[in-house]
Design a protein around this ligand. Structure first.
Ligand code: ADE
Ligand code: ZN
Length: 319
């Protein structure tokens, strides 16, 4: 199996249905309207976020989060991944009464257990939740800036992209940048090219989470290529959410061919009936990428990883 790497997966979005059922049983939670025989139940992005929050609420202790991270990363390694960055949300821990340090300690234990079992390297990107407002995102950035755990290496902004303006969150990113964290931000998913331009101007991130709607503006695509900003592309997520109608109509190919650095990611895999392995398979089988192109995306992911240089060098040499 050829190696894979992932830069963009929300850990609360990586809960396999069988794990959700086991957690629901543990806490006596009724999953009607959340999970049925077909999978997670949602109709649009707003419904997806609501469903995601309900599933996150099934994880209430350090041990629950350790189990989630270990389960996800072990499965990912079995599918060929050597590296994974998970997006973690202390705000979701807080909702179930779990303090941010306990939340991270649980996830870190799971990352360590998966590494011991399979060799996969994992890192965590703390995220702010955009629709909780700028002050909540500043609080998340302040927490991340304390460098609460050595496996926390970056900062992201997720949630409802149509809420507020990128500039409202610039201060949070300044705090994270000053602390030496790697920066990435959700943009160009639900909003158009202007959101990607705003992200570049106000946040100056090394990477953009999605960013694919940059395709609506040729000059912006050229800027992304010139500046070497890496896009964490999640085609299966985009199709499931209706951002693009089909894999054939997805801009991954055009962005790649115009010199933008792109990578393959699963976002919230079971919510979107996908997995990292499926994203790799779809890129080859439905989007016409060669084996060399796809290996190049894996290399791009490791090169853009928010990980110490010594680990990065070891991962690159294993490709
Ligand atoms: N949180 C979890 N998945 C997300 C996505 N695809 N976009 C924005 N926020 C998210
Ligand atoms: Zn995402």
């Amino acid at each position: 199996m050829r190696p894979k790497a992932e830069l963009h997966c929300h850990i609360e979005g990586a809960v396999a249905p069988e794990l959700a059922r086991a957690q629901a049983e543990k806490y006596g939670v009724d999953l009607t309207g959340v999970l049925d025989g077909e999978g997670y139940v949602w109709r649009d992005f707003t419904g997806f976020l609501a469903c995601y929050d309900r599933v996150a609420g099934l994880f209430r202790s350090e041990e629950d989060y350790a189990l989630l991270a270990e389960t996800y990363l072990t499965g990912l390694a079995e599918a060929g991944a050597i590296y994974s960055e998970i997006i973690v949300s202390p705000d979701h821990g807080a909702r179930v009464g779990l303090g941010p340090n306990a939340y991270l300690a649980g996830l870190a234990a799971g990352i360590g257990a998966a590494r011991d079992r399979t060799g996969i390297e994992g890192r965590m990107l703390v995220t702010g939740i955009r629709h909780l407002g700028a002050e909540a995102v500043v609080a998340a950035a302040r927490f991340a800036a304390t460098r609460p755990h050595p496996l926390v290496t970056g900062f992201n902004l997720a949630g409802e992209e149509r809420f507020g303006r990128v500039a409202d969150y610039a201060r949070a990113f300044d705090i994270a940048r000053d602390a030496g964290l790697g920066l990435t931000i959700h943009a160009g998913e639900l909003c158009g090219a202007a959101s990607v331009r705003d992200a570049l101007d106000h946040v100056r991130p090394a990477r953009i989470s999605h960013g694919v709607r940059a395709i609506e503006d040729a000059a912006l695509v050229e800027r992304l290529a010139d500046e070497g900003v890496v896009l964490e592309c999640c085609p299966g997520s985009n199709i499931a959410l209706g951002v693009f109608p089909s894999f054939a109509g997805h801009p991954l190919r055009a962005l790649h061919d115009r010199g933008v650095k792109v990578t393959l990611n699963s976002d919230d895999p079971p919510f979107f009936h996908t997995s990292l392995a499926r994203e790799y398979a779809v890129a080859a089988e439905e989007m016409g990428f060669s084996r060399g192109d796809i290996d190049g995306m894996t290399r791009t992911a490791i090169e853009a990883a928010f990980v110490e240089p010594s680990v990065k060098a070891r991962l690159l040499s294993s490709l």
